[in-house]
Design a protein around this ligand. Structure first.
Ligand code: IMP
Length: 197
């Protein structure tokens, strides 16, 4: 059965988010175009190298699947899982390593693939974790960056889209494990009365 998602107000959220709505922020087409561009830029930068892509679970699984197919170089893939959100729209303030990488990244070119950089806590944790293993280089790719609120003292190498400080879902990103399969990026917002904004 196919699900027909309209462009706006694709869903009204239930449970504790009753009456909230989703509104499209980055379209499926914009994502496809930008992922292609990122794939091309990474390919040019890593020509003749075999980098290892480390995707941050769970949110970046769709992004890495699309990105790797836009890259025209040999590369390896591994995954790391961290937790800083406690099933809410706010960070818990600490990062916990839930699943570490299994690959040896010493003397390797590492590319960390993030879905979103919000406060920057997670990416700082990742930088320390990666650099602690003596790689040749570490680069950071994020599909989304909440630039206004992130507090990082290093540059992100590849950013898909800078977005405002709003909670977003879709294209791998979730709210309480829901909405990951939406094809675009949507803000989650409180609607006015009658459930419509
Ligand atoms: P940070 O440590 O605050 O930068 O948050 C990074 C992680 O929090 C991301 O990898 C996401 O898993 C989650 N996160 C942050 N902002 C959002 C959002 O707007 N929607 C869904 N998940 C988010």
């Amino acid at each position: 059965m196919s699900i027909d998602y309209p462009e706006k107000f694709v869903a009204e959220l239930d449970g504790k988010y009753e009456g909230w709505v989703l509104e499209e922020l980055v379209s499926e087409k914009e994502i496809r175009t930008r992922v292609k561009e990122l794939g091309r830029e990474i390919t040019n930068h890593y020509k003749d190298k075999t980098p290892i892509l480390i995707a941050v679970l769970n949110g970046s699984f769709i992004f890495i699947a699309d990105l790797i197919r836009e890259m025209d170089i040999e590369c390896e893939v591994d995954f790391i899982k961290l937790s800083s959100y406690m099933n809410e729209t706010k960070s818990s303030g600490t990062v916990r390593l839930v699943k570490d990488i299994s690959a040896n990244i010493t003397d390797r070119d590492v590319i960390v693939i993030e879905d979103i950089v919000d406060s920057g806590l997670t990416i700082k944790f990742l930088k320390n974790r990666m650099e602690g293993s003596g790689p040749t280089s570490v680069a950071f790719v994020t599909l989304l960056h909440k630039e206004e609120v992130s507090k990082i003292d290093f540059d992100l190498d590849y950013v898909g889209f800078k977005i405002p400080n709003k909670f977003v879902v879709g294209y791998g990103l979730d709210l309480d494990q829901k909405y990951r399969k939406l094809p675009a990026i949507y803000t989650v917002k409180e609607s006015d009365q009658n459930g419509r904004s």
